[in-house]
Design a protein around this ligand. Structure first.
Ligand SMILES: Nc1ncnc2c1ncn2[C@@H]1O[C@H](COP(=O)(O)OP(=O)(O)OP(=O)(O)O)[C@@H](O)[C@H]1O
Ligand SMILES: [Mg+2]
Length: 506
């Protein structure tokens, strides 16, 4: 008889009130296998992962680990049984060292004392054994996202995890960091560990997974081997239709400059400014893409443009009016719409409902308010329209933003900002975490914004997105804009070189 699978879910059901989030899910993963879990926003992927990890209990169904049924009543039970999960929002202590974070809560002891020396040595040998490059003595607060993720993986391995769950682990990584993560995943699978990972990116599933399980509307609709399927087949299973992955658009008819940036400088803690003398324009009817490896000043530049931060030098003009104060409302009023990278911290209020979230920033003007009084009926009407137009999967317009799946929250923020009739739109990672159908839709909307004469600044880590949408492309490296070129002059290779600080000519 074949050995029992490492992990198995049988007929798992999870409801949130009337909403069925997991509908009799069957799933199997063998030891040493990498399984990609895919599906549209709201299909039930994160819910399933949280059931497997014991963060929630299924309403029906069973979970088996190596053939034996387990009933986790908390993540601690799951960890004790050999499960590990890397969450998207990392749970690390910034002021502690790497090794202190890894052993936290499970420290080796000598008598009543923590054996610091043994703890550090264990962490060091784990980093070496699994090829997870990280300095055990580094302070976590100073480390990049990719390194922090490695620490989360180390935490799971330190607790002897045999099964690792990664929910959209690559969404926040640079391409280089992603390749590093994939190398680690392959290595762990080679050691006989089991990995479940959620992704929206087809090429990632094809590159790293042995098999793909596709969820649609809370159910498993397909199981395939990556060696025996194609990207289009996975798309059809996820969406039930053919999605056009090519971006098609007409030529731009650029007009007057609507966003003008001159000599913008943002000082940092060190000697080197975070943004140094950035100057560029975005004209009406034009999409300008800002490319760069994360951490080269794009975030700080956008913060200075949107009023989240005061620049140390330089000027920002929106439709001719100069903006300097640190005042998001004033920037918005002057005609700037903004889709933020961090939709949870900046873009949405999770404790408020969708109606209020969709009204944010519009609530002081007609039609949503009249003589200082909110028009609730108008707010609800608007929320219903936007939810329908952007296909946000939500129980009702009164449901809390916090109950939305990751991608649906993103769609809600995008819906609100695109409905802002501002001359300038800054879109930062507008399709991060959204499914391919929504990517197609959001791309279409950005092009439509351009075509009605708005100026769009697109900041994206996805080169295919930058190349597919932009009329002009800027490249940022170490705080400076090192290139400004027409789309026709750009190629993936050229941009890659510029992003790495090399000149395209050499
Ligand atoms: N705590 C909750 N309360 C109410 N509904 C919830 C809750 N958590 C999830 N849901 C709903 O369950 C459904 C499945 O959500 P889930 O987060 O599992 O989707 P997902 O497949 O991970 O989507 P995404 O790709 O957007 O991350 C969604 O309709 C979501 O709104
Ligand atoms: Mg999710």
């Amino acid at each position: 008889m074949a050995p029992a699978p490492e992990l198995e879910a049988i007929g798992v059901v999870k409801r949130y009130g009337a909403l069925l989030a997991n509908d009799h899910i069957d799933l199997t993963v063998e030891s040493g296998e990498i399984l990609a879990v895919m599906g549209e926003n709201g299909a039930g992927k994160s819910t399933l992962m949280s059931l497997l990890y014991g963060l929630q209990r299924p309403d029906e169904g069973r979970i088996l680990l190596r053939g034996a049924e387990v009933r986790f009543s908390s993540a601690l039970d799951a960890i004790a049984a050999g499960m590990g999960m890397v969450h998207q929002a990392f749970k690390l202590f910034d002021s502690l060292t790497v090794w202190e974070n890894v052993v936290f809560g499970a420290e080796p002891r000598r008598g009543p004392f923590i054996d610091r020396r043994a703890a550090r040595a264990q962490v060091e040998s784990l980093t070496e054994a699994h090829g997870l490059r990280v300095d055990p003595d580094a302070i976590v607060g100073a480390l990049s996202v990719g390194v922090r993720q490695r620490i989360e993986i180390l935490k799971a391995l330190y607790r002897r995890a045999r099964v690792l769950i990664l929910d959209e682990p690559t969404a926040v990584l640079t391409p280089q960091e992603r390749d590093g993560l994939f190398a680690v995943m392959r290595r762990l699978a080679g050691e006989g560990r089991t990995i479940l990972f959620v992704t929206h990116k087809l090429h990632e599933a094809m590159a790293i997974a042995d098999r793909v399980t596709v969820l649609r509307d809370a159910r498993v609709v397909a199981r395939m081997r990556t060696s025996q399927t194609t990207q289009s087949e996975i798309v059809r299973a996820m969406t039930g239709r053919n999605v056009d992955l090519q971006i098609s658009r007409g030529v731009a008819a650029a007009g007057a400059p609507l966003l003008e940036v001159e000599g913008l400088t943002v000082a940092g803690a060190g000697a080197k400014p975070l943004v140094e003398g950035a100057s560029f324009q975005v004209r009406a009817g034009e999409i300008v893409g800002l490319a760069g490896v994360a951490g080269n000043g794009q975030t700080e530049l956008v913060e200075a443009l949107t009023g989240l931060r005061v620049p140390d030098k330089g000027a920002v003009r929106v439709a001719g009016a100069t903006l300097t104060a640190r005042d998001v409302a004033a920037h918005r009023h002057a005609g700037l719409a903004y889709i933020p990278e961090d939709r949870v911290a900046v873009g949405a209020a999770l404790g408020a409902d969708a109606t209020d979230n969709l009204a944010m920033g519009f609530h002081r003007a007609a039609p949503l308010s009249h003589r200082g009084l909110l028009n609730v009926a108008a707010m609800v009407k608007r929320a219903r329209e936007l939810i329908a137009k952007f296909n946000v999967k939500i129980a009702s317009e009164r449901a809390l933003a916090g109950s939305l799946s990751g991608g649906n929250l993103q769609k809600m923020v995008v819906a609100r900002e695109l409905s802002h009739e501002a001359p300038v739109l800054i879109a930062e990672q507008p399709t991060r975490g959204v499914d391919i159908g929504a990517i197609e839709f959001i791309h279409g909307q950005l092009i439509a914004e351009r075509d009605i004469g708005r100026a769009v600044l697109l900041v994206s880590a996805e080169l295919t997105e930058i190349l597919g949408l932009s009329d002009r492309i800027l490249v940022m490296y170490e705080g400076r804009i090192v290139a400004d070129m027409a789309r026709s002059q750009a190629s993936e290779e050229k941009l890659g070189l510029l992003m790495a600080g090399r000149t395209a000519a050499s």
